[in-house]
Design a protein around this ligand. Structure first.
Ligand SMILES: *Cc1c(COP(=O)(O)O)cnc(C)c1O
Length: 243
């Protein structure tokens, strides 16, 4: 390693926590501003730091700065990368598409599965959670924009899948998740977020025994719009951990 490389790596290491601290502060400020502007309380919006592109050291640095919720999109990558379990009080969210054959490790590793979108996954998760002897919180992912190739159930299937979740002995449905289409102007994502909230209200009326309080929607580009439309959980990667 050249002296120049060494100096650069020291500087990068010394800079890392400061950069992370200022990015987290910035995101929390923007969450609070968007909440207040919408007449909502900032504490009613949970920040899920999406750590899929970073290693355990960055997760630990974020934990040290007070972040408690982390999102990962692949079961095996997360398990390998994170190694030791996260400390008590931390909560790991699966936000990427789940294959039925990964349901068992997913149920063991994650505290909540946000990407439930079809009967085969529900069946597999239900069995895995039953074996664990612990109810598993889940969100139903809805493809509100009906984008082909995109994960999430069709809005027309949401009620039948929720009926299945609501009577599950081992899964606890807590609400809905969606991913808005990639658009240049985040304003264009607003109807998608409003659409998920409409589906939530309908399902809550239809399944009064379930507590469908969570609306997981909004990412780096569009979380302020999602909060205005009722997001209770925002999943943010790049604005926290860098591009
Ligand atoms: C990567 C990812 C995010 C975070 O996206 P950013 O644009 O980095 O904030 C949120 N949700 C899901 C499902 C993701 O895969």
């Amino acid at each position: 390693m050249s002296v120049a490389d060494f100096t650069r790596s020291i500087e990068a290491a010394a800079d890392q926590p400061t950069a992370l601290r200022s990015r987290i502060t910035d995101v929390l400020t923007r969450i609070a501003d968007a909440s207040r502007a919408a007449g909502r309380r900032p504490e009613d919006v949970t920040l899920v730091a999406v750590s899929k592109t970073v290693d355990r050291r960055a997760v630990d640095a974020a934990l040290a700065l007070g972040i408690r919720h982390f999102g990962e999109n692949r079961v095996q990558d997360a398990s390998r990368k994170l190694g030791d379990p996260l400390p008590a009080g931390a909560c790991l969210h699966l936000i990427g598409q789940l294959q039925s054959n990964k349901a068992k490790p997913a149920a063991a590793l994650f505290d909540i599965i946000e990407s439930v979108d079809r009967p085969s996954v529900i069946d597999a998760l239900e069995k895995a959670a039953e074996r664990n002897g612990q109810p598993l919180p889940v969100l139903l992912q809805v493809n509100v924009a009906r984008e082909p190739q995109k994960a999430g159930c069709d809005p027309d299937q949401a009620a039948s899948l929720m009926a299945r979740l609501a009577q599950s002995p081992s899964l606890t449905p807590q609400g809905l998740m969606t991913m808005a289409p990639l658009v240049a102007d985040p304003e264009d994502a607003r109807p998608i977020f409003a659409g998920l909230r409409t589906i939530q209200h309908k399902l809550q009326r239809q399944f009064p025994a379930a507590d469908l309080h969570t609306l997981s929607m909004g990412m780096t580009n569009d979380f302020h719009i999602a909060i205005e439309e009722g997001a209770t959980s925002v999943r943010i990667g790049r604005a926290i951990f860098g591009p």
